[in-house]
Write a protein that binds this ligand. Structure first.
Ligand code: ZN
Ligand code: ZN
Length: 121
């Protein structure tokens, strides 16, 4: 998906489009290329297929892109539905960061991630 005037990634040679504004921050690379070049080795795992533990690692479960306000709003709705003060389950829902909801209960916890999908027609 090359666009005229897009800068070229120093690592893979493809056009940088999505994060073109951050081209210099990522040392003239894609975010993903920058991560695997400089950050991934610093984490717990050098294997690119394994989450290195750095927040936003593309091999990890967390979305690298922030969800839209719509997705974020839907996640908040879920959090509200789970926050029943009269419930005996003692569940707690907290937003860990935008698009990431943690739900704790007596029996364990779960991390819910918001990813955008196209609207249903
Ligand atoms: Zn690249
Ligand atoms: Zn990584």
């Amino acid at each position: 998906m090359s666009e005229p005037g897009s800068p070229i990634c120093r690592r893979c040679g493809r056009a940088v489009v999505t994060y073109a504004a951050d081209y210099s921050i990522f040392e003239g690379m894609h975010y993903v290329c920058f991560h695997y070049e400089f950050e991934h080795e610093l984490g717990a795992a050098a294997d690119p297929d394994v989450d290195c533990g750095v927040p936003g690692c593309p091999s990890g479960p967390l979305p690298t892109k922030a969800p839209s306000e719509v997705a974020e709003g839907l996640l908040r709705e879920i959090a509200e539905l789970l926050r029943d003060p009269h419930s005996a389950s003692g569940r707690e829902a907290t937003m860990e960061r935008p698009g990431v909801l943690i739900v704790h209960g007596a029996e364990g916890g779960v991390r819910l991630l918001a990813f955008d999908v196209p609207p249903q027609t």
